[in-house]
Design a protein around this ligand. Structure first.
Ligand SMILES: NC(=O)c1ccc[n+]([C@@H]2O[C@H](COP(=O)([O-])OP(=O)(O)OC[C@H]3O[C@@H](n4cnc5c(N)ncnc54)[C@H](OP(=O)(O)O)[C@@H]3O)[C@@H](O)[C@H]2O)c1
Length: 515
């Protein structure tokens, strides 16, 4: 593929990323936690290094632990040294550390919010910040309600309509455990904030390759005419993780692969891949079009769940030469757990564009490699000319969007092998972000934090989309609950999933892609 690296005006003139981040304080609830150390504090550091942060900016950690500003700076520094995309430099660090503060507090104690308010009012003038605040709720889900209520009661939230400083809140996944609880969380949030102040984060949407789905589809003229049931045979979406449950057993036991991956990340990827062309890059226009896809998902019946949804658990196996335990033997997992670590399913989008095209989804832990991709398989050519041998049909064309790692896209097409006879061979044309543009792409959290500072909600989940995806998933959850299964099909750690998943796709004469 001819890879031009010339800047494309599309990226700056319109669409997401065109608003500017405003001066503000980022208040991280749970600022002394894992997410903050591994992702948020390093993301801010990288934004500073790339000179894209607003000049007047501060970070305030707010958490249970008793830390001084200095010890919180040490905490931030250790996170950056270990996890930052770009290496820590002393010059940049001394700029950054001056903007970092910490306030000890308890999420359900109103007094802590008064103390936080006083601290912000003290720091904001020193940093030249006009009172704009972004509250990042990096907190266990059970605290969302008390954080939202106490923020409002403490007078820390400016009304949306006021001409004064802005207040925005970022909410981490998971939003609920099912449709009912998701509605409750949303109702709670909306009783303290205007929907336009709420940024529900799904970090998948911040990945360069995910944003590139829109550019690829609507910034080129060659794909859109083919992007429909007439030309596309089926679509496979894979989100594979290498790790097991690790230290997250406490969370994962109550979630499982369906809630952890399908309800949010994968349905969002599907929406972007399948949405109709939007008529503007306005956040709500794009979000409306994504939502339309969720509304068109063919409703699942209990019988369809049995036929078209596979769940499984990893069992003992060998992984990168290491002997690894099965899920039920992992620390913190119940020995009789029926939490699924793998899901494969088939779905349909019932609209004109996608009528009859099956979408296959699979995700799991302890799979052979870490890889996320959307693969679009085009219809086979007719059995004439080069495709007459029915026992060895030509391999169909495939456009594969690689979300991670090796971000990029590849197109598999048929070519003639050099030589006197006509022999056909599939070749791959490859575009990789790393080799074309060099360096590492910004982390998803970097992009998403900037967007919140700029007030651009395009890459965030709106209330209706969260509830629409839960509504679709709910039938599967109900069916599984009712089945009272005592065991699940298993797959050995380090393999691509259970035989039931192979049968699911094979029954339609397809097979899972080798990634
Ligand atoms: N970690 C990730 O990579 C990741 C990825 C995606 C989403 N998330 C989501 O992000 C949220 C935070 O995750 P996390 O991994 O950062 O959790 P975490 O490590 O447990 O951090 C939570 C922080 O909140 C503090 N805290 C707990 N109860 C408190 C209270 N009552 N008052 C004040 N502070 C309190 C904790 O202090 P103590 O440690 O002293 O209890 C800890 O510093 C969760 O909703 C999670 O699902 C995390």
């Amino acid at each position: 593929m001819n890879q031009s690296t010339q800047a494309n005006p599309l990226s700056s003139s319109s669409g997401t990323g065109s608003l500017f981040p405003q001066p503000c304080t980022l208040v991280i609830f749970g600022g002394a936690g894992d997410l903050s150390r591994r992702k948020l504090l390093p993301a801010i550091y990288n934004l500073g290094l790339d000179a894209v942060l607003p000049t007047n900016f501060a970070v305030m950690g707010f958490s249970l632990e008793d830390l001084s500003d200095d010890s919180y700076r040490d905490f931030a520094r250790s996170g950056i040294e270990e996890f930052s995309r770009q290496t820590l430099t002393e010059a940049q660090w001394s700029d950054y550390e001056r903007t970092i503060f910490y306030q000890r507090g308890t999420f359900d104690d109103p007094q802590s919010y008064q103390a936080l308010k006083r601290r912000l009012e003290e720091i904001e003038p020193l940093c030249g910040i006009p009172g704009n605040r972004v509250f990042y709720l990096a907190v266990p889900p059970r605290f969302i309600e008390s954080c939202a209520r106490n923020l409002k009661q403490a007078g820390l939230i400016s009304p949306m309509e006021s001409s004064g400083p802005f207040s925005r809140v970022i909410v981490e996944k998971p939003i609920g455990q099912d449709l009912h609880s998701a509605r409750e969380v949303n109702a709670t949030l909306c009783s303290s904030f205007d929907e336009r102040q709420i940024f529900r984060i799904d970090h998948y949407l911040g990945k360069e390759t995910v944003q590139n789905i829109l550019v690829m589809r609507f910034g080129n003229s060659i794909f859109e005419p083919l992007w429909n049931a007439k030309h596309i045979d089926h679509v496979q979406i894979t989100v594979a993780e290498q790790e097991g449950v690790g230290t997250r057993a406490g969370y994962y036991e109550g979630a499982g692969a369906l809630r952890d991956m399908v309800q949010n990340h994968i349905l969002q990827l599907l929406s972007l891949m399948a949405m109709e062309p939007p008529w503007s890059m306005d956040a709500d226009v794009i979000r409306d079009h994504r939502l339309d896809v969720l509304h068109c998902l063919r409703p699942l019946s209990r019988r369809v769940v049995e036929d078209c949804v596979v769940r499984a658990q990893y069992s003992h196996g060998y992984f990168l030469g290491e002997d690894v335990p099965g899920f039920r033997r992992e620390a913190g997992v119940a020995p009789d757990s029926v939490t699924e670590t793998y899901v494969a399913l088939k779905l349909f989008i019932d609209n004109w564009r996608w009528a009859g095209v099956p979408f296959y989804i699979r995700t799991g832990k302890r799979l052979p490699k870490r890889a996320s991709e959307i693969a679009v398989q085009f219809k086979p050519v007719p059995h004439i000319l080069f495709n007459t041998d029915m026992s060895r049909p030509l391999e169909p064309d495939v456009l594969a969007l690689s979300i991670q790692p090796n971000e990029g896209l590849s197109l598999r097409i048929a070519t003639k092998l050099p030589g006197p006879r006509v022999r056909i061979y599939p070749v791959k044309m490859d575009f990789r972000y790393g080799s074309t543009f060099g360096g590492q792409s910004p982390e998803a959290y970097e992009r998403l934090l900037l967007d919140v500072m700029a007030g651009d909600a395009t890459l965030f989940m709106r209330r209706d989309a969260v509830e629409a995806s839960w509504a679709w998933i709910q039938t599967i959850l109900d069916e599984w609950e009712d089945s009272r299964a005592r065991w699940l099909p298993e797959y050995s750690a380090g393999t691509w999933g259970p035989v039931e998943a192979d049968r699911l796709i094979a029954s339609d004469r397809f097979q899972w892609r080798v990634i």
